[in-house]
Design a binder for this molecule. Structure first.
Ligand SMILES: *[C@@H]1O[C@H](CO)[C@@H](O)[C@H](O)[C@H]1NC(C)=O
Ligand SMILES: *[C@@H]1O[C@H](CO)[C@@H](O)[C@H](O)[C@H]1NC(C)=O
Ligand SMILES: *[C@@H]1O[C@H](CO)[C@@H](O)[C@H](O)[C@H]1NC(C)=O
Ligand SMILES: *[C@@H]1O[C@H](CO)[C@@H](O)[C@H](O)[C@H]1NC(C)=O
Length: 457
């Protein structure tokens, strides 16, 4: 029965996020699917489904340690009185594998709502989801009744699906900041997966944290020194009163983008060394140049990439007069970031879906793997029911075998008819020879008879 419901969910509600599978009267009450929002902490199993029994937290706000999970995998907790992270951590410590946080006001669930990290989110591994007050109250009312019921069939049983958008080509956007150590950590963690996925159809875009001071309310404190191109591209002064300026940061963003464009394999090594060796923004230029030499990258090509990215807005031709120029690389990044609507820094967007949860290289790899329509073999460990896809290729193999068998069968039939025809002609020849022989014998016989006659007379 569970299985059938699952199939129904997948076939009929491809976009379903959370679905109550049991008990039937609650399913009727709640409707076929429940909208959910996610958190930007915890490890979200993108592309996977979780199923389990649901308990109600005691106390309801989940702000103090919770009862241990016995037989249930998920727990419902009410919003308020403490941070989301505290609630989910308490659920994790009690042995639950998913926390369902219910809103405490009846505002509709916004599609861009995210349960925010309070800074302690790294201590949480389990995923969590957020549901509306209406849905929460219906489930809560049911759950508070089954304190007396031991039979797990009477418990709420739900399915949660962490959907990703599946495509043949995966678009991956990394949002990074030259001055942010966590950005380097994510890049470093991802490098091994970049190598694993090197032969796949993935379109990477790097977007560095740069802002256009014309578009921000902060523009009165942005010193020209922190910008290039007449304040078109700025970065926050990395050391306040010190000699470094935002301009150093903006220039380094262009250089790192160029290195990724020209030498993507070496980009990860460059980033790793830059993180450890280049700590002062005023020395980014010389320090980065040393790494470029060490890695035997062509400094000329990188400089050319930078110089050619400055264009005259009037004719889109490369220009050396930066006071009036725009920068094609940074302009593109500003547009991509605007479209992607990224939250937090660093962050990653895979097929237009912002990665939520704790950002790790492996997590990004998992999300990418699950975004392929047919995931490559290297994704085996990340994709649920990977054998399905293997079977799909076996399916093709079966078709090929079938086709070859049919061709062989046709060949054999043709051969058979040819053979038959050949055998027929052969036997016709044989009978003709026999007939000829008989005729000649007959003639001989009569001739002999004639002779006999002659002799007798
Ligand atoms: C929040 O705390 C107050 C005061 O301790 C308490 O009365 C209330 O029930 C708590 N809220 C929830 C949802 O438990
Ligand atoms: C790659 O992704 C970027 C950003 O989403 C986009 O601007 C670009 O057109 C994509 N390139 C290809 C070849 O699809
Ligand atoms: C920013 O402001 C300057 C001066 O007003 C202007 O020349 C420039 O075109 C603006 N840049 C952008 C990207 O709007
Ligand atoms: C650079 O462009 C600005 C604005 O168009 C102009 O005023 C200035 O004279 C130019 N500088 C040079 C060296 O051409």
């Amino acid at each position: 029965m569970q299985f059938i419901l699952l199939i129904v969910c997948i076939v009929a509600f491809v976009d379903c996020k959370m679905k109550v599978l049991r008990p039937p009267d609650l399913v009727d009450h709640l409707g076929s699917k429940v909208n959910i929002a996610l958190a930007n902490f915890g490890q979200i199993p993108f592309g996977h489904r979780l199923m389990g029994y649901v308990d109600m937290a005691q106390p309801n706000d989940g702000c103090s340690p919770l009862q241990s999970a016995t037989g249930s995998q998920f727990i419902m907790i009410e919003r308020g009185n403490c941070t989301f992270v505290t609630k989910v951590r308490n659920a994790q410590n009690a042995g639950y594998s998913l926390a369902i946080i219910g809103n405490n006001n009846d505002e509709p669930l916004q599609s861009d709502f995210v349960m925010a990290d309070d800074g302690q989110g790294y201590s949480v591994n389990i995923p969590s989801i957020f549901i509306s007050l209406r849905d929460f109250n219906i489930m809560k009312e049911y759950a508070s009744n089954y304190k007396v019921l031991d039979n797990s069939d009477d418990k709420i049983f739900i399915l949660v699906k962490f959907d990703v958008e599946k495509k043949d080509q995966i678009d991956v956007i990394f949002s990074l900041d030259v001055n942010d150590r966590d950005s380097y950590r994510v890049v470093d963690e991802y490098s091994q997966y970049y190598n694993l996925l090197q032969n796949e159809n993935i379109n990477y875009t790097l977007v560095y944290q740069i802002f256009n001071s014309n578009n921000t309310e902060l523009d009165y404190i942005i010193d020209e020194d922190n910008c290039i191109c007449s304040r078109r591209y700025c970065s926050i002064d990395p050391d306040g009163e010190g000699i470094a300026s935002g301009r150093n940061v903006v220039e380094e963003a262009i250089r790192q983008t160029c290195i990724f464009k020209l030498f993507p394999d070496k980009y990860f090594q460059y980033m790793n060394q830059f993180n450890f060796q280049c700590t002062k923004a005023q020395a980014y230029s010389t320090c980065g140049s040393k790494i470029i030499t060490n890695l035997q990258l062509s400094a000329n090509e990188i400089t050319k990439c930078r110089d050619e990215s400055f264009k005259d807005p009037l004719n889109d031709q490369t220009t050396k007069n930066l006071s009036n120029a725009y920068n094609a690389i940074l302009e593109h990044q500003l547009i991509v970031r605007e479209q992607a609507g990224m939250v937090g820094l660093p962050s990653v967007v895979v097929n237009s879906i912002v990665y939520k949860g704790q950002l790790t290289g492996k997590g990004v790899f998992g999300e990418i793997c699950n975004s392929f329509i047919i995931p490559p073999l290297v994704c085996k460990s990340e994709v649920e029911n990977f054998y399905q896809f293997e079977h799909q290729s076996q399916h093709y193999l079966f078709l090929v075998i079938l086709l070859v068998s049919i061709l062989i069968a046709i060949f054999i039939i043709v051969l058979f008819f040819l053979f038959k025809k050949f055998v027929q002609r052969d036997s016709v020849e044989v009978t003709q020879v026999q007939v000829n022989e008989m005729v000649s014998q007959y003639i001989k016989f009569y001739e002999g008879k004639d002779q006999q006659k002659q002799n007798s007379f």
